[in-house]
Design a protein around this ligand. Sequence first.
Ligand SMILES: Cc1ncc(COP(=O)(O)O)c(C=O)c1O
Length: 386
Amino acid sequence: MAQTTPAPIALKIDRAEGVWLYDEKGNAYLDLIAGISVSSLGHQNEQVVNAIKTQVDKHMHVMVYGEVIHDTPVAFSKSITDLLPDSLNNVYFVNSGSEAIDAAMKLAKRITGRTSFVAQHNAYHGSGQGPLSLMDDAYFTQRYRPLLNDVRYIDQNDCSAVDELPVEGVAAVIVELVQAERGARKADLLYLQKLRQYCDATCSLLIFDEIQTGVFRTGPFVAFQDYGIVPDILALGKAIGGGMPLACIVSNSKLMRSFSDRPILGHITTFGGHPVCCAAGLANLDYISKHIDSFDIEHKEALFRQYLQHDNIREISGKGLLLACHIDNRIDIIEFNKNLLKEGVFTDWFLFNQNAIRIAPPLVIENDQIQWVCSKILQVLDRYHF
Ligand SMILES: Cc1ncc(COP(=O)(O)O)c(C=O)c1O
């Protein structure tokens, strides 16, 4: 298989259960990142696994997205829109977050007849050429240029930058509510309100990329529910598939209808809304919705903040169980994470922040497991003296 870094961790995973990953020798590692904000219920949740098996016994892939009716994706669309405000009443399933953002960009162009976008510095919206155009980081984009060039970047929470946005020509503004890859940085209410006002005043669309924040990772089903600001297009991915590859955009049916007219097949995908992925997603959402109060995400966030105190820790940022533990700049994060792995903790770093540990465990992590994993982080931090 192709590599994406010169020296991958290359831990050989044999099986996984709950919050634990096991290597071929049976060593256990606490999964502190849930496959990058995916496995919210931990690994091998029985309800999700059984739903997959049941669907496989009925049928797998039958026909490309949108041409025939499958019960499972229809039921899943309903369960997603039931959790959202009335205006977000229509779901388009795709296979990955990157595709969801690409579809959202196309929809915004189609609806507004405009071609330019506003995105944030240090944003990550996916690796395809549309989403990559929304990334300003030269290191990651330089070798793939030209990309879409009509993109303006603003800093997260910079309200004065919003005031300076052009009054014409912007198809959409796209933001994450917690900028994950910058090291879990939360959006301010005032900033989001200004963006909503800007979009309303200029007839641009507001797109929320909740691919990482969605599905209860920060507390509510989607993070915007904490702010009371509703986007025109919502992108969900990662955890929405319950461990299977699935993503979607959710918008209003009046907007979404444009994909079916002039040109027809305005957005198409062979596997989007795959019945097995939707069965997993449906069972996953059903289970989480029923148990969310017992997960007590707010309390778990507080526990991480309480336990992670050390001279080598500068700050804990983020919301819910999408957190970053910012450590002393002099510590090499790759080496640090390797040391954590030896202690039985599996974590990762962030694309645009080389000094933070990713904390995004399965939502089902238990309080004593939080205490244990934090003690391991502190133990490794103890080895660094400056
Ligand atoms: C906020 C955000 N948007 C989009 C994506 C892209 O998702 P995918 O890797 O499924 O294409 C990611 C992936 O990390 C993400 O974190």
